[in-house]
Structures are given as structure tokens and as C-alpha cells.
Write a protein that binds this ligand. Structure first.
Ligand SMILES: Nc1ncnc2c1ncn2[C@@H]1O[C@H](COP(=O)(O)OP(=O)(O)OP(=O)(O)O)[C@@H](O)[C@H]1O
Ligand SMILES: [Mg+2]
Length: 416
């Protein structure tokens, strides 16, 4: 590295022209004032009121698209409830725990136990042993447990062991937060007793934010002083909001876009953020999210996407068979892929949760409980771009050798 006198010397001492407080720009920052969610906050407080008054509220399933404020609203209300019951005698009788549940059954128990004051070891205990510890913590107490991202947990554990235990306990209120709507969420649960206990839960749906509401969410950050005075060009906030409305009204996307545009403007030494910066930011945010996700997938998961891109909507069993064929053909070239269809089913569930695959309902099967589905790539994706990312990701795996047997075989499987 060179020392001394370059044009970069002044960077640390020059005040930033655009960004004043980077923390306030981030989508991970949750402001006290959650605009356009008064009704949801009030409804949730009403639902939890019995907890503050010595009884136990019923279970609740809260659903809504990503970035619609489910986690932000719930955290705020739970904080209010905790403050309300901070008198020692109430707090002793009511346990409130909030966890992100996208993990294994044991891990979810461990996190709940931690919030209730017990530490389970990382390894070495069975699920049942872990449950015995948590059950002891809960003895004689009421509980309000918030399980966020519960859809991801059920995808991992369709028997829903944690929910089986918790829904059997008296005086336990579960707040289950999910991106999936209640019906498909409950459909995924294989244990009928859990399904039927949760059928009775109250349901809250969060609507996506519209463009005007997203404008207010971004402007909220400006009022708090995230940017220097006069650093935003005309129409910039509105454009970020409009683009995020197209992403299911996702507030996190709107804020990420605005933050990225601010950084681009800052780095290009502009006086203010302009529309051009937002357009570049839009491409960057979208592409980096998708590309990053595809590059970090295990190869077998990418095979499933490859088949759907090549053949269109496909029933799961056919999809596993076709992906298995690609896998076997590559094994013949010497490349070591091989997994079971059960694992492929796990990958397909993950792809659905990540939004890369949608379920097309194709009618009902004969007999008990069956709905026939075909998996497909949602129309919001540009297929050529997805294919290019998948190709690039494999190419990197094959050491960038386009003439290798694996590369040629893969091209054949990908494009037919
Ligand atoms: N009403 C609001 N007012 C201000 N900021 C908000 C509001 N709603 C959401 N946000 C901002 O958007 C971010 C994302 O919201 P949140 O995490 O609550 O969405 P979510 O519905 O839980 O999404 P996911 O399903 O992806 O978990 C929050 O961290 C916050 O910065
Ligand atoms: Mg959330």
C-alpha cells in the first residue's frame, strides 16, 4: 500500500455531503413512530390486553408480505406489554419470550428457554430433554410466546414438534408470524392435532404498504435527520416508493433502495441524490439480492431451478426425478453430486420460502387431505438473468473451465 500524499488524503476529514446519520438510513433501524400501522398496533394491544390483566389471550396467526411491518409492530407492542407488567408480582407469573423461529426444533426451544432464563447446551440434549427444561420454567406460569418467521420453521419441521408441545400447554398464548397466509401455513403442518388446535387461532393480516405510505416511511428518516439538509432531489423519495410498491410494498426494500441511492450519490460526489442514482440503485439492490442467493445455494438446489426454467411448471415428484437425472449425468462426468428426493423436497420448500418458486394449485387429489401443486418460477423474475446467474455460479464451481466435461454436460442439461 502506498503512503503519503494522494487525492484520497482528505476523505476522512471532509464532511459527508449527503449522509448525516447512516444508522437512521438502514432498514434494520426501527423507529418509535411506526407510521400507517396505528390500527394494527391497537388490534394487537387489544388482543394481548388479557395478558396484562391476569388471564391468557388466545393464539394468533399474523400474516403479511415481507416488509409489511409485522416484526416491527409486534416488537413495539411486546415492549409496551413488558413495561406494563414490570411490577415484580406480575412479571413472576407471566413469561414473555420472542424468538426468530427459522431454525431446528431444538434450537427454537433453546432460544425460548434462554428468554425464560434457562440455558440449554448447544448439543447433547434431545428435543424431549430440552422440552423438559422449558416445561419446568413454565410451571405454574402464564406465557406469551412470539414465534417470528414460523413458516420457515414449519418448512424445516412439518411435524411442528415445538408447536405440538406449546399448543398442549394451558395458559400459553402463541403469536405466530408468517409470510404465508394462514391456510397454506396450516396445510404444511403434517401433525393433524397441531393443525386443528391452530385452526381456532385469531387471524391478523397485514396489507402491503402502498406508494404513499412508503413515501411517509422514507420521509420519517429524513425528519429524524438521516441526510444533510437539501440532499434529496425532486421525485427521488417518490420513485423509491413506487419501485418498492412493485415489490409487494416492502418497506425494507424501499429503505434499502434509498440508502443505496444515497451512497451512490455520496461516492460520485454529487450535491444531492437524483433519479439516476435511484435507477442504478434499483438494479444493484435487485441483482445483488438474487445473485447472492443463487451463488450461495448448494448445487442440487440450483438443479431444481434449472429444471423449472427449462421446462416450466412441474409437479414436485417429476421435478425431483428430472433434477436427479441432471445430477446422475454429472456424476458420470466425475462430479460428485448426489442426494435423496427427501433432501430435494427440503430444497424445494426453501426455494418457496425464498420466493424463487411459487405453488400453482392444480386441483385436489383423491382421498384424504390432498391438494395437487405444480412448482413454477414467479413471473416477476427475468428468466434469462436467472439462467445466467445459475450458469455463472456453476462455472465458478467448475474452475471457470468452459471446455470441461462438467461444463459441457451442464450446458446440455440446462439448455436442452
Ligand atoms: N410503519 C412503519 N414505519 C416506519 N418504518 C417501518 C414501518 N414498517 C416497517 N418499517 C421499516 O421496515 C423494516 C422492515 O419491517 P419488518 O421487519 O417489520 O417487516 P416484516 O413484515 O417483519 O418483514 P419479513 O416478513 O421480511 O420479516 C423495519 O425494520 C423498519 O425499518
Ligand atoms: Mg419480520
Amino acid at each position: 500500500m502506498q503512503g503519503g500524499t494522494g487525492a484520497n488524503e482528505d476523505i476522512f476529514s471532509t464532511p459527508s455531503k449527503i449522509i448525516r446519520d447512516p444508522n437512521l438510513l438502514s432498514s434494520t433501524f426501527v423507529p418509535d413512530n411506526l407510521v400507517h400501522r396505528d390500527m394494527e398496533i391497537k388490534d394487537l394491544m387489544m388482543h394481548l390486553r388479557p395478558a396484562a390483566q391476569g388471564t391468557t389471550p388466545g393464539n394468533l396467526i399474523m400474516t403479511g408480505p415481507s416488509g409489511s411491518g409485522k416484526t416491527a409492530v409486534t416488537s413495539q407492542v411486546v415492549e409496551k406489554l413488558k413495561n406494563h407488567i414490570s411490577q415484580p408480582k406480575d412479571a413472576e407469573k407471566l413469561l414473555i419470550a420472542s424468538v426468530v423461529a427459522h431454525a431446528s426444533p431444538y434450537r427454537v426451544l433453546k432460544d425460548l428457554a434462554h428468554e425464560c432464563g434457562s440455558e440449554l447446551p448447544k448439543k447433547g440434549l434431545s428435543f424431549e430433554d430440552g422440552w423438559a427444561v422449558l416445561e419446568k420454567d413454565l410451571e405454574g406460569k402464564r406465557a406469551v410466546f412470539i414465534l417470528d418467521e414460523i413458516d420457515k420453521y414449519i418448512e424445516r419441521d412439518p411435524e411442528a414438534k415445538v408447536l405440538y408441545r406449546l399448543t398442549r400447554r394451558p395458559d400459553t398464548c402463541l403469536i405466530l408470524i408468517s409470510n404465508l397466509q394462514p391456510s397454506p401455513l396450516l396445510d404444511m403442518i403434517e401433525e393433524p392435532r397441531v393443525r386443528s388446535r391452530l385452526e381456532a387461532a385469531t387471524r391478523f393480516g397485514f396489507l402491503p404498504y402502498n406508494a404513499l405510505q412508503l413515501v411517509d416511511i422514507i420521509r420519517g428518516r429524513l425528519k429524524m435527520g438521516a441526510l444533510q439538509h437539501g440532499a434529496v432531489g425532486d421525485g427521488v423519495v417518490e420513485l423509491c416508493a413506487a419501485l418498492a410498491q412493485g415489490k409487494q410494498g416492502n418497506a425494507a426494500f424501499a429503505l434499502n433502495l434509498f440508502e443505496t441511492a444515497a451512497k451512490i450519490a455520496e461516492n460520485s460526489n454529487a450535491e444531492k441524490i437524483g433519479m439516476g442514482h435511484v435507477k442504478i440503485a434499483d438494479r444493484m439492490v435487485e441483482e445483488s439480492n438474487v445473485r447472492e442467493a443463487i451463488f450461495s445455494m448448494p448445487p442440487e438446489k440450483r438443479f431444481l431451478l434449472m429444471v423449472l426454467l427449462r421446462d416450466g411448471p412441474t409437479a414436485p415428484s417429476e421435478l425431483y426425478e428430472k433434477a436427479g437425472k441432471i445430477s446422475r449425468e454429472l456424476i458420470r462426468t466425475g462430479y460428485p453430486f448426489s442426494i435423496t428426493d427427501r433432501r430435494r423436497a427440503d430444497f424445494l420448500r426453501e426455494l418457496k420460502a425464498e420466493g424463487f418458486v411459487a405453488n400453482n394449485r392444480e386441483g385436489r387429489t383423491k382421498g384424504r387431505g390432498g391438494v395437487r401443486w405444480k412448482a413454477s418460477i414467479p413471473t416477476c423474475y427475468d428468466r434469462a438473468t436467472l439462467q445466467a446467474y445459475i450458469h455463472e455460479a456453476f462455472q465458478k464451481q467448475f474452475g471457470d473451465d468452459k471446455e470441461s466435461k462438467e461444463s459441457k454436460q451442464l450446458d446440455h442439461s440446462m439448455y436442452g
